[in-house]
Write a protein that binds this ligand. Structure first.
Ligand code: GDP
Ligand code: MN
Length: 378
């Protein structure tokens, strides 16, 4: 689960490291009053609390030179979706003057089975972008999970970034703090980008923390915010949730329905490989019945951006005949609203499934690659 920036910053402060002074405001709040009672002074920065990448570039981070301007920007921001998501919370902070933006982040390197810290003097942009444009400028350091990140190691990394004196001490302290947060919160990611370099210290202008979903039970304090987070879903995703479909909306035009998270991911990858773009991720899960498949297919085909659909089922607990029945039901229901469909179907009751699909003139593939060749030509 991704935490909002303001939540991540609260944690960093709880662990003893300063973040810019600010206040959070919700829709309907008296924004001017909130700014005044927080005692923060312009210039201010207004930041939409949405969990999307590239928020700044998408208009979710704006500078204001007066309180009036901040209020106007905030009101506007509540009304403007950022990459399709309308923010319900804004963070208003004192803007920090700085020249250099550092990057510092912790991730788990699964292959190496240890935490990895990445630091750079080229913060401010996406890490992928830094990696592309200045690969040599990202310093990577593996952490011994038994020993944790030691102060001297953090210091060495700071030196490699060219820091010294107070800046170095502050950087060292920040890195050790963020590492403790990373571990204590079972995070898969904890990063600051940018980490502003000020004359006497570093200051995290943005913090991101993603908690490993498998360990959420150890952090029950986020239960409430998890519900709030439902506000982050797109309309179609909320509708899907009501239908009990594991659905994520994407921006391509090929609808995808598969069974099991692993196969669904693989299917998406294959669709990309074949030069097409998935419109969604939809996992019908194990043991799905015809009615559920029908709902899933109708749901995907009702999406105006979907031009064609690929159903990729490897039957196990899920029975191919149930899947076939669901497809037939959906296509009959949809009538001429149905979109071109390619089906790959193997496994339990495959023959029966094949028989059933004849009714709607679909001949399922057993080889997913052949199915994709066909899909591509549609
Ligand atoms: P992101 O796009 O979601 O990562 O949003 P960030 O919080 O990282 O903000 C994007 C950019 O806005 C940063 O790279 C900074 O250059 C700028 N920015 C954010 N906060 C401040 C601030 O307090 N002062 C100044 N001058 N710039 C800021
Ligand atoms: Mn950022």
């Amino acid at each position: 689960m991704k935490l909002f920036e303001y939540e991540a910053k609260e944690i960093v402060r709880k662990y003893g490291f300063e973040t810019p002074r600010g206040v959070i405001v919700k829709e309907g709040d008296d924004i001017r009053k909130a700014i005044e009672s927080a005692g923060i002074k312009p210039p201010l920065v207004v930041k939409a609390q949405v969990l999307v990448a590239g928020r700044g570039k998408a208009g979710g981070v704006k500078l204001a030179n007066s309180v009036e301007e901040a209020v106007a920007i905030a009101q506007q921001m509540f009304r403007t979706p950022i990459k399709g998501i309308r923010p319900s919370i804004l963070l208003i902070e004192e803007a920090i003057k700085h020249d250099v933006e550092l990057y510092a982040g912790f991730v788990i390197d699964r292959a190496e089975r240890r935490p990895l810290v990445l630091v750079s003097r080229y913060g401010g942009m996406d890490l992928e972008e830094i990696a592309r444009e200045h690969p040599e400028a990202i310093i990577k350091y593996y952490i011994d999970p038994e020993k944790g990140l030691k102060s001297y190691e953090a210091r060495l990394l700071g030196k490699q970034l060219g820091l010294s004196g107070k800046q170095l001490s502050s950087f060292e302290s920040f890195l050790v703090t963020l590492y403790r947060v990373f571990i204590d919160y079972d995070a898969e990611l904890a990063e600051s980008n940018p980490l502003a370099l000020l004359p006497d210290r570093v200051l995290p202008l943005d913090v991101r923390i993603t908690i490993d979903d498998n360990s959420l039970y150890r952090h029950p304090e986020f239960e409430a915010t998890q519900k709030e987070r439902l506000g982050e879903l797109t309309e179609r995703e909320i509708a899907a949730r009501d239908k009990d479909l594991a659905y994520v909306e994407l921006d391509g035009d090929v609808g995808i329905i598969s069974n099991g998270a692993g196969l669904t991911m693989t299917t998406m990858d294959l669709v990309y490989e074949f030069g097409m773009r998935p419109a969604n991720f939809l996992d019908i899960g194990g043991g799905a019945e015809a009615e559920h498949i029908k709902e899933a297919l109708e749901f995907v085909m009702s999406d105006p951006k979907v031009k064609k659909v690929f159903i990729n089922i490897f039957g196990g607990i899920t029975r191919a005949d149930e899947v076939a029945r669901g497809i037939v039901m959906a296509l009959k229901d949809l009538g001429d609203r149905a979109k071109p469909l390619v089906v790959r179907l193997t496994g339990t009751n495959e023959e029966l499934g094949r028989e059933i699909l004849k009714e709607v003139g679909i001949e399922p593939y057993t080889d997913p690659l052949e199915a994709l060749e066909h899909l591509k030509k549609l």
